[in-house]
Design a protein around this ligand. Structure first.
Ligand code: SF4
Length: 491
């Protein structure tokens, strides 16, 4: 059998952009490096796929290895089917130079039910296109298909005791939808094969399509001509408007005419960029700061979102807080005290978390957070799952004040913030001496997946080092808040 030209993933890339398909096939090395977050998301997809095999136990894997050994997979799938196999995992098929690997196939009488596993909680258009291509390949390989379903996570499942795998997953037939897509699949397969026969990279410029359905894996490759400080830095501006500017040849922020119509925030962003000087509204800052009552508790949480709920009373992808840091400043010129908590892997993190937090914030004074909706939502979820703490949590929530407000409302805005008001954008402008650069864990998403990885880690040295990195990261978040607050007071 000749080698395949297309696969499920290259087909989906082709639907996004022919250039994406071409680069993926012939210029793989130019692909953007995967972030730790992206790697974790891919790994989660693989783990969920393996986990879902428990719905149909006793099957045999046809394709194995990473990257998968396709040729062996094709041969083994054929053998297993001939030998009367009833359940096959990672079954490989090829038709018309298109390769497809089905997650699970199950024989029912003389026909087959095909199952594709997704770690998401719903079915997207991309999943339907992916399933439609699989149906095209498998049905044309001489296999009679009885039904085709997508298995995805049921986000309404609440774990009570032992994990109920039948409740954790939803099996949804997409058979009718993908049958109606067959003509389009065939047309696209021929179109993509033609693209791959070209001698040159398709001449396609960047546009809104680079962001949907996923950020393209050659995003940076195609953007080498975009300078620093470009119109793509405009915060909150609709993508459509950014690309309109781009297509009009307005690419650098310096190119934007002074009378160009922008909303208030983008107008401030542009003025500050062009002047190179921070915008400071002292009156607004003063009335914001006048509202704070010492002692001040600068508080930050970290949470993680396991796809498969690990604890009772939790749902798939529920945000589970596992760590906090608090810097306490009792008075304006007082010493700083630090409290922290980091859960042990394997235990339900929430009870020790909330008991420690309530203890460390006991008494009077404001609790200062950065982006209060995150902390308040986590606290309300704990109230829902552990109502015995409701009264104390409610009192704690009433004491929360949000240090993000002056930056979000642009009472203070500096060129270094590049349109963002996240704490990581504010810090270099107000407290350049404090930085996340030296830390192993530099942002919340990575803290989250790092803690999740500890759930299965057995190496004590790795566990100890990782815990140290998590503690350092969360501590810096609250120290940064203290220093930003002090700088604002000085202003
Ligand atoms: S970045 Fe955009 S233009 Fe470039 S390959 Fe990807 S989708 Fe196509």
């Amino acid at each position: 059998m000749s080698p395949h030209q297309l696969s499920k993933s290259s087909f989906i890339k082709g639907l996004q952009c022919e250039k994406h398909l071409y680069l993926y096939k012939y210029h793989y090395n130019e692909m953007d490096e995967l972030s730790e977050m992206q790697k974790a998301i891919f790994q989660r997809g693989t783990d969920v796929g393996v986990f879902a095999q428990k719905l149909f136990p006793g099957g045999i894997a046809a394709t194995e290895g990473s990257p998968p050994a396709y040729k062996k997979g094709l041969n083994k799938t054929g053998e297993l089917i001939l030998q009367g196999g009833k359940i096959i995992y990672e079954a490989a098929f090829q038709f018309n130079e298109v390769l497809s690997i089905a997650d699970i196939i199950v024989k029912e009488k003389n026909k087959w039910n095909i199952y594709e596993v997704k770690s998401s909680t719903s079915i997207s258009e991309t999943y339907l296109n992916d399933a439609a291509l699989q149906y095209y390949v498998i049905s044309n390989s001489g296999i009679e298909i009885n039904d085709f379903s997508i298995i995805h996570i049921n986000n309404q499942y609440i774990r009570k005791g032992e994990l109920d795998i039948n409740e954790l997953f939803t099996i949804e037939s997409v058979f009718d939808s993908i049958l109606s897509l067959q003509n389009i699949v065939e047309e696209n397969v021929e179109r993509f094969k033609k693209v791959l026969r070209k001698r040159e990279i398709p001449d396609i410029d960047i546009g809104e399509h680079c962001h949907s359905p996923y950020t393209c894996s050659f995003f940076n490759y195609c953007r080498k001509h975009i300078p620093e400080d470009s119109i793509f830095d405009f915060s909150g501006m609709h993508l459509k408007k950014k690309y309109e500017l781009y297509r009009d040849g307005i690419i650098k922020l310096d190119d934007v005419p002074d009378d160009y119509s922008l909303n208030k925030n983008n107008g401030i962003q542009l003025d500050v960029y062009k002047s190179g000087k921070a915008k400071i509204d002292r009156e607004d800052l003063k009335s914001f700061l006048d509202d704070f009552n010492y002692p001040l508790y600068f508080m930050d949480f970290e949470s993680f979102q396991p796809a498969v709920p690990l604890f009772d009373n939790s749902k798939p992808y529920q945000q589970i807080p596992f760590q906090y840091s608090i810097h306490l400043k009792e008075k304006n010129d007082g010493e700083l005290k630090h409290f922290e908590f980091l859960a042990e892997p394997g235990e339900d993190t929430r009870v020790k978390f909330i008991e420690g937090l309530l203890n460390h914030t006991k008494g009077e004074g404001d609790i200062v957070v950065y982006n209060k909706s995150f902390e308040i939502t986590r606290l309300k979820e704990i109230t829902r799952d552990f109502p015995q703490y409701a009264d104390e949590i409610e009192k704690l929530i009433l004491r929360i004040k949000d240090l993000m407000i002056p930056f979000q409302r642009k009472y203070y805005y500096a060129p270094e913030m590049k349109g963002s008001y996240s704490i990581k954008a504010v810090l270099p402008s107000l407290v350049p001496e404090l930085s996340y650069d030296e830390l192993k864990i530099k942002e919340g998403g990575l803290a989250s997946i790092t803690f999740e990885s500890l759930q299965t880690e057995t190496d004590m040295i790795i566990i100890a080092e990782t815990r140290e990195q998590l503690l350092e990261y969360c501590k810096l978040d609250t120290l940064a808040m203290v220093k930003i607050f002090e700088k604002l007071e000085n202003i």
